[in-house]
Write a protein that binds this ligand. Structure first.
Ligand SMILES: Cc1cc2nc3c(=O)[nH]c(=O)nc-3n(C[C@H](O)[C@H](O)[C@H](O)COP(=O)(O)O)c2cc1C
Length: 393
């Protein structure tokens, strides 16, 4: 029999009160790179609203690994705030995950004041600077930074560490043949391109043991020519499964750098996005090339399901279905199809209490309309703009 999506479940060494997860949506509430009361309130809203696990997004392992300078770099300076955040979430009965990442070529080097790094040298459309190719020394340093981040987060009381391996962030840039032209042991064949992902997963697991669950957000397809295809990602995730260091995979897709709309589907808020960008990027987005960057993909419920099912067939480890989940029926069907958790981003931005509403039977569906106008708000405090509009009535 399929598990009850609203009953407690194990995620590695952690027991979660139900199988719903608030997916990482960068909060935009850390102007000084520190935990704020606003950040705590943002996560309290979904935790009090019933989710099993909320994900803090994202927690950079190094300064050049932030997407821009207003992000938390995990370390001794930020540990106290992170512990305060974890304690507040635990007070609701929910568990807390930290999305642990290095933005690689998605980092804005100009904002960070330090050059972005990727698998190979490339121009950055975000900073109008060159992104440098990471040296082997950089990779040693960054792997060590993942380890110290994991140690700090466990000390701060985090239950789950979600390693960001998708969306063209650093690890994902190594996986993608079009972004990785390296001639060393981190480039070329798929096992070599997957070396960094596997090295980081192993190092983090060796550090935390069973003091926390370790998961990864991976791509079912990068959605651009030169990105990781579904076939390749099936092979990479099979390698990660064989290595045995991860407790679950969250199945995402797309690229924040090359094809962001593949991640989201639904309306493309080009004007709102352009308005939130610095002037050169804003002008660039209004050109034909810029318009091609924000493609249009029709939204449909659980839009990654077809691809995710191929991962379910190939892998035996726990999987989290993500992408366009709004309905109780979709969640229950995901359980029937063998997924272990369901993760939601926008549905919970729209209605932080959705899970409690579903549990109480007061609603069967969420009411998010996938206008995607929440996306550009990451620069000014991530929120549902429809909710803003309706509360202003
Ligand atoms: C405003 C916003 C911010 C996001 N920030 C992140 C992020 O920091 N890290 C990440 O991995 N995904 C991020 N995402 C992607 C979501 O985690 C999720 O993959 C995507 O929204 C699809 O799920 P949904 O249909 O349930 O919203 C973000 C999404 C939105 C809407």
């Amino acid at each position: 029999m399929a598990p009850d999506v609203f009953a407690p479940a194990r995620l590695g060494p952690v027991t979660v009160r139900n199988r719903t997860v608030k997916a990482a949506t960068f909060e935009g509430r850390t102007p000084d790179g520190e935990v704020t009361d606003e950040l705590i309130d943002y996560h309290l809203a979904v935790a009090e609203g019933g989710v099993g696990l909320t994900t803090v997004a994202y927690l950079a392992v190094t300064a050049e690994g932030r997407t821009h300078r207003e992000q938390i770099v995990v370390g001794t300076d930020t540990e106290k705030g992170l512990a305060r955040l974890a304690e507040a979430i635990h007070g609701t009965g929910a568990k807390i995950a930290g999305q642990v990442g290095h933005a690689g070529p998605v980092a804005n080097g100009r904002s960070n004041g330090v050059h972005a790094l990727s698998a190979s040298r490339m121009p950055s459309p975000l900073s109008m600077q060159m992104v440098h190719a990471a040296t082997e020394q950089d990779l040693i340093r960054i792997t060590a930074a993942y380890v110290s981040t994991a140690r700090t987060l466990v000390r701060a009381g985090f239950d789950v560490l979600e390693l960001h391996m998708a969306h063209s962030y650093l690890i994902s840039s190594f996986l993608a043949p079009g972004l990785n032209r390296r001639k060393d042991r981190y480039g070329g064949s798929l096992p070599d391109r997957a070396r960094l992902a596997r090295q980081v997963a192993r190092a983090v697991r060796e550090e935390v043991g069973d003091a926390a669950a370790v998961t990864a957000k991976v791509s079912v397809s990068d959605g651009f020519r030169g990105g990781v295809t579904t076939d390749e990602s099936l092979d990479v995730t099979a390698m990660l499964e064989d290595d045995g260091h991860l407790d679950a995979l969250q199945l995402s897709g797309g690229s924040s750098l090359m094809n962001p709309m593949y991640l989201f589907r639904g309306e493309t808020p080009t004007e709102e996005f352009a308005a939130a960008m610095p002037l050169p990027v804003r002008l660039g987005m209004r050109t034909p090339v810029g318009k091609r960057f924000l493609k249009q993909y029709e939204f449909h419920e659980a839009y990654f399901l077809d691809k995710a099912l191929r991962f379910r067939e190939r892998l035996s480890m726990p999987l989290m279905l993500l992408g366009g989940i709004n309905r109780r029926e979709t969640m229950e069907n995901a359980m029937v199809l063998g997924f272990d958790f369901v993760a939601m981003g926008r549905a919970l931005l729209r209605e932080p209490t959705l899970v409690n509403e579903l549990i109480a039977g007061r609603q069967a569906d969420g009411i998010c309309i996938h206008c995607n106008r929440c996306m550009p708000t990451i620069y000014s405090g991530t929120r549902c703009v429809v909710l803003d509009d309706s509360s202003a009535l």
